[in-house]
Design a protein around this ligand. Structure first.
Ligand code: ZN
Length: 98
């Protein structure tokens, strides 16, 4: 598998480190119901077939955090985005809904 880093171009998988599911958001540790939120965050995953959003770190390259969308069955990568851009878009959506 090769990942097309937005900063460095296409690189081998050995340059990247997988850091988990990018579709979940870490709960607020100071929230009143934080324990239940963390149990759901850690243990309650759907693991459905199809496309999966994953967080990867380009450890042997530019040190960028990436959100990679990949088919679980085929390993085909459909998109690679900088995680900071994904977070920026998510924050804009959150602000618009507030
Ligand atoms: Zn890179």
């Amino acid at each position: 598998m090769r990942i097309n880093c937005p900063c460095c171009g296409e690189r081998g998988l050995d340059e990247f480190v997988y850091h988990g599911d990018a579709s979940v958001t870490r709960p607020d540790a100071l929230a009143p119901d934080a324990m239940n939120d963390f149990v759901k965050y850690v243990y309650e995953r759907t693991n459905t077939p199809g496309l999966h959003r994953e967080l990867w770190f380009h450890a042997a390259g530019c040190h960028a955090w990436l959100v990679v969308t990949r088919g679980i069955a085929t390993h085909a990568i459909t998109s690679v985005e900088l995680a900071r851009e994904v977070a920026r878009k998510r924050d804009l959506v959150t602000e618009e809904n507030a």
